[in-house]
Ligand binder design. Structure first.
Ligand code: UD1
Ligand code: CA
Length: 425
């Protein structure tokens, strides 16, 4: 059966207290919240609709630039989660399949869970399934209210709940699977007579029950997965959960993480066996690190970094959008950006690729072919190419291409003035 995803991303995110960034574009280790949600569905749905509203242009641009198959749909004004879904009704008028609804602020849910959720929906012949979980502290989430016989009754939002309902620990994850043909008419019938004056998506549960449809809840064991981000505190907690999960995976695959408490590695980083990640290393965005590498302590990989096998990226080294080929060392205090480093290259301490011209705002590339050696404290002013085996003396400022096997020195000759100090007195 065809599945389409609807991702709610139009809300203001008031509790994030951000002037500049819409909630769903806040990041966890170099990747936006919305990016996580889109990545989780892109492999098994035929089309994604992202509902945008607050800061719509920025969210639209993000989707367009990064997820070409996804479409954006404008919700203006934003009158609640139910109203948000109703915005796709025209696009899905003749659709006869499943619609998976997700929130753009719930990035920890996994693709595996979402697939199991859809399977549960199908195998129960469900018309409408909502994902729920048990939270010891359910504050702020919608509560799942059940009949005496345990079947679903409705969802009540925190702000509308009685104190008895507030004591319920089963909460709404904000993830739903709908047989679209059976549920779509609900969206013209939702009411906004609640504490927030909004059209709540959660009301489709009681609507479905009233229509005698088959409405079910899928209870997720790992409650961390549905942790929603509404505040900066939530963002920090989610980052920790995500990181712990990533580090566990790397260690299981044969990567040494010396100090998991001070190491941060993004989900889109691949790491080969027997690589050692030393403490206080921060790796964000998409990266590929080979086997038998040593990274850190205190290294910063900023994304789009490819590190081949047997490479050392040492302390206080920052790398961005670069390839470092095998058996190359970048040992200490260096910046490697927009660069390509060949095999067996040695980068002396304090080497900088000057990749950015702040006047033209243009970034340029630095290319170091195999066996290049750079003396300490050198600046490689891009665009520049150092051909195979060329060497740069310490303190070099390299503004021109260097031919193969040549030595480039830019420092002024050393002068020694005998007894100069004594003569001063
Ligand atoms: C919502 C659910 C709640 C659930 C929780 C799970 C409703 C009414 N409540 O509450 O039951 O426990 O998620 O995390 O659905 N959005 C729009 N347009 C709008 C309003 C919101 O697109 O007009 C988007 C937001 O950008 C966000 C998502 O919908 O991504 C959820 O909205 P939010 O305000 O965060 O709802 P919660 O209060 O968390
Ligand atoms: Ca939320």
């Amino acid at each position: 059966m065809d599945i389409k995803a609807v991702i709610l991303a139009a809300g203001k995110g008031t509790r994030m207290k951000s002037e500049t960034t819409p909630k769903v574009l806040h990041e966890i280790m170099g990747k936006t919240l919305l990016g996580y949600v889109l990545d989780n569905v892109k492999n098994f749905v035929s089309e994604e609709f992202v509902i945008v509203g607050h800061h719509a242009q920025e969210v639209e641009k993000f989707v367009k630039d990064n997820y070409t198959s996804a479409k954006t749909v404008l919700q203006s004004p934003q009158l609640g989660t139910g109203h948000a879904v109703s915005m796709v009704c025209p696009q899905l008028e003749n659709f006869d399949g499943l619609v998976l609804i997700l929130c753009g602020d719930t990035p920890l849910v996994t693709e595996k869970t979402l697939k199991e959720f859809v399977e549960f929906h199908k195998s129960n012949n469900s018309d409408l399934t909502v994902m729920s979980t048990i939270f010891e502290n359910p504050t702020n989430y919608g509560r799942i209210i059940r009949e005496d016989d345990g079947t679903l009754k409705c969802i009540v939002e925190e702000k509308d709940a009685t104190s008895e309902q507030k004591a319920v620990k089963e909460v709404n994850a904000g993830i739903y699977c709908l047989n679209w043909n059976k549920i779509k008419s609900a969206f013209g019938q939702l009411k906004s007579n609640n504490a927030q004056g909004e059209y709540y998506l959660t009301d489709i549960i009681s609507w479905g029950k009233a229509q005698n449809l088959n409405v079910n809840a899928y209870i997720l064991e790992d409650s961390d997965e549905i942790y929603g981000i509404n505040s900066r505190q939530n963002l920090a907690t989610a980052t920790k959960i995500m990181n712990k999960r990533n580090l566990e995976k790397y260690m299981t695959e044969g990567v040494t993480i010396v100090d998991p408490d001070s190491t941060w590695i993004s989900v889109d980083t691949e790491i080969g066996q027997d690589t050692i990640i030393y403490p206080s290393t921060y790796i964000e965005g998409k990266n590929k690190i080979g086997k038998n590498c040593k990274i850190g302590p205190c290294a910063h990989l900023r994304g789009e970094v490819e590190v081949c096998d047997n490479v050392k990226v040492g302390n206080f080294v920052e790398v961005k959008k670069s390839k470092i080929s095998s058996n190359t060392n970048v040992g200490h205090l260096s910046y490697i950006g927009d660069a390509e480093l060949g095999e067996r290259v040695n980068i002396g301490a304090g080497t900088i690729t000057a990749n950015y011209n702040p006047l033209t705002k243009i970034k340029s590339k630095t290319v170091l072919k195999d066996d290049v050696k750079i003396g300490s404290n050198s600046v490689l002013v891009a665009p520049v190419t150092l051909e195979e085996g060329s060497n740069v003396g310490a303190g070099g400022i390299i503004t021109k291409d260097i031919p193969s096997w040549a030595l480039a020195i830019t420092r002024s000759p050393l002068k020694i003035l005998e007894d100069w100090v004594k003569r001063q007195g």
